[in-house]
Write a protein that binds this ligand. Structure first.
Ligand code: GDP
Ligand code: ZN
Length: 299
């Protein structure tokens, strides 16, 4: 029996589509009940004699996961092996930069590079505050760009950022994530892809998560769960990791465990006072820390 590693490119419940090393795609089911592969997973699979289905026998070590607690309090994994997290904000609904910061923190927690995309520039009135925010993100190392899924402006620049990587799009509902993805793939066709329901029955179901190949060579993992993803934070150290400029400044704080609140000799606060750190980002940090600590006390 020939085992091979393959990439999960679409899922519908426990039905999977795999892309093999040679690019050929096959449908697959999963051995046993314990394995739960998701889009982006690299898996070990083998052909099933006499069937067109393959059988997934193992999941290779994941580099990272996008996960969230589900209603039963268990952790649900939405995607794996993500290489870029694109945080989308827009001219409308009114941008909430605190939410953008939360997504960027989640990316840091996943150890995934992130970019900030500001969509619906066609609706934008000259707004200096958006410039300032985008510059602040760019200053701390996040690629940023403006685009319009409607007019196509800025989409080329976005393609360049996405080229050769497996990305996901996150952000508030209504900012245009689906529209941007449609624009990138040149229509909706690919997104209504189906997966055979059961061998031989010829029935097909619409997938609930899939990897879309972009003309630029990049890939986007798309699903309602990924698009609706909202990060949850569990610890103060997790929050701190998400604010790289604060973390960097903190090397000069008097106390090694400084949380940059009321401690004396706080280099992060100094940096804010000298405009080396954005006061708005610092406020986000404090807000997120306070939220996390409230959680800490409750549990
Ligand atoms: P999602 O919830 O983030 O996936 O957002 P959608 O892609 O569903 O878009 C929400 C709404 O914004 C829809 O009515 C889109 O037509 C609209 N929209 C998306 N991108 C743009 C854009 O660049 N400009 C304008 N004017 N509207 C947009
Ligand atoms: Zn400090």
């Amino acid at each position: 029996m020939s085992q091979a590693s393959a990439l999960v490119v679409a899922t519908f419940s426990r039905r999977m589509r795999l892309r093999q090393a040679d690019g050929i795609e096959v449908d697959a089911r999963i051995k046993g009940k314990l394995l739960r592969p998701v889009c982006g997973d690299k898996v070990i699979a083998e052909p099933i004699p006499g069937e067109s289905d393959w059988l997934i026998t193992d999941i290779c070590t994941r580099h990272n996961v996008l996960d969230r607690p589900n209603l039963r309090g268990k952790t649900e994994i939405l995607a794996a092996n993500v290489e870029l997290l694109v945080v989308v904000a827009a001219a409308s609904p009114r941008p909430d930069w605190f939410i953008v910061d939360r997504y960027l923190s989640a990316a840091a927690g996943m150890q995934v590079p992130a970019a900030v995309v500001f969509n619906k520039t066609d609706l934008e009135k000259q707004d200096a505050s958006t410039d300032t925010e985008l510059q602040d993100y760019s200053r701390i190392g996040y690629p940023t760009l403006r685009c319009s899924a409607l007019s196509g402006a800025g989409i080329d620049a976005l393609q360049e950022i996405l080229a050769g990587r497996i990305a996901i799009f996150v952000g508030q509902s209504g900012v245009g994530k689906s529209s941007i993805i449609n624009r990138l793939i040149g229509g909706e066709q690919q997104r209504t892809a189906t997966i055979s329901n059961k061998t031989g029955e010829g029935r097909h179901t619409t997938v609930n998560s899939m990897m879309l190949t972009l003309p630029c060579g990049g890939e986007v993992i798309d699903s309602p769960g990924v698009r609706d993803y909202a990060p949850a934070f569990e610890s103060a150290s997790e929050v701190m990791r998400g604010f790289r400029e604060i973390e960097q400044a903190s090397q000069n704080c008097r106390f090694a465990n400084c949380r940059h609140l009321r401690e004396p000799g706080c280099a992060a606060k100094d940096a804010v006072n000298h405009d080396a750190i954005s006061p708005r980002r610092f406020e986000s940090y404090r807000r997120l820390l306070a939220l996390t600590e409230k959680l800490d006390k409750r549990t």
